[in-house]
Design a protein. Structure first.
Length: 263
């Protein structure tokens, strides 16, 4: 995207801005919210968002197809099956005897008790989940893609309109393009309802790679409310790197009891 030519001067300027410091755009949605202030109109902003969205979908689609091509092998499929089963049964182990005992009583590691919500656009995790349930007496749960998935209107954007910084307001079209809850309400409100129900009915939640950043503030608050509602609820957080762990705890530490978060 950054290196390709564009007929639109708006898109060309957008690409140059990203290429100047591409690492800064790791949190695309919040950076895009800042960049919107340099644009003159909502039309220019939506043009940039849609151009990036097309590029993102094409890139992820290529990567997903490459993954499925490379994984099309019985030995590799068995590795995925075994790793997934081990992850389900052992995600809480090695922390403390008390945690082991509590999770064992809850049957937290049994596959039949698993529900899943994905914040990814690809269906790689769906594939891995299906493999985990091969030759098992229960069917794999249907994964809720809270932000959509490739081929089914994946949505980018901020968490709420209060995060919008540009001087020009967002119309219905702009909100649909860049405010996640607005898009979900218009396109598929039931996936939000189902995801909230899954969270609220759980006593144990394990997250993998979920940043809980500003663009997903709604879901951070849902988890905080869930933890505050019942002191017996447990949240396990898997992240890579101490700095990321510190960032995550900084997001939730002010509102919840830290001893019930296991990172």
């Amino acid at each position: 995207m950054v290196n390709s030519d564009s007929k639109s001067p708006i898109i060309e300027a957008f690409k140059r801005e990203i290429s100047l410091d591409i690492d800064r755009w790791g949190d695309f949605e919040m950076e895009m919210c800042d960049y919107a202030q340099s644009l003159k109109t909502e039309k220019e902003f939506v043009e940039c968002v849609r151009d990036f969205s097309v590029y993102m979908r094409e890139y992820l689609d290529r990567e997903q197809k490459l993954f499925f091509k490379r994984i099309n092998d019985e030995a590799k499929e068995k590795i995925i099956h075994d790793e997934m089963v081990d992850s389900f049964s052992g995600f809480y182990k090695g922390i403390s005897h008390n945690v082991n005992s509590t999770m064992s009583i809850r049957d937290a590691g049994l596959r039949r008790n698993i529900q899943a919500i994905s914040f990814n656009y690809t269906e790689v995790f769906d594939y891995a989940m299906e493999k985990a349930f091969d030759q098992y007496s229960y069917r794999a749960p249907q994964i809720i893609h809270i932000h959509g998935k490739l081929g089914d209107d994946p949505t980018l954007g901020i968490d709420n309109e209060n995060q919008w910084k540009a001087a020009y307001p967002l119309s219905r079209n702009g909100k649909r393009a860049f405010v996640k809850p607005f898009f979900n309400e218009e396109y598929d409100r039931m996936r939000v309802v189902e995801a909230v129900n899954i969270i609220n009915s759980a006593d144990t939640i394990c997250t993998y790679g979920l940043a809980l950043g500003e663009s997903d503030l709604t879901w951070r608050n849902v988890l905080i409310d869930w933890l505050q509602r019942n002191t017996k609820n447990h949240l396990f957080v898997y992240r890579y790197g101490i700095s990321q762990k510190t960032y995550l705890l900084g997001n939730v530490e002010k509102c919840i009891l830290c001893h019930r978060i296991v990172c």
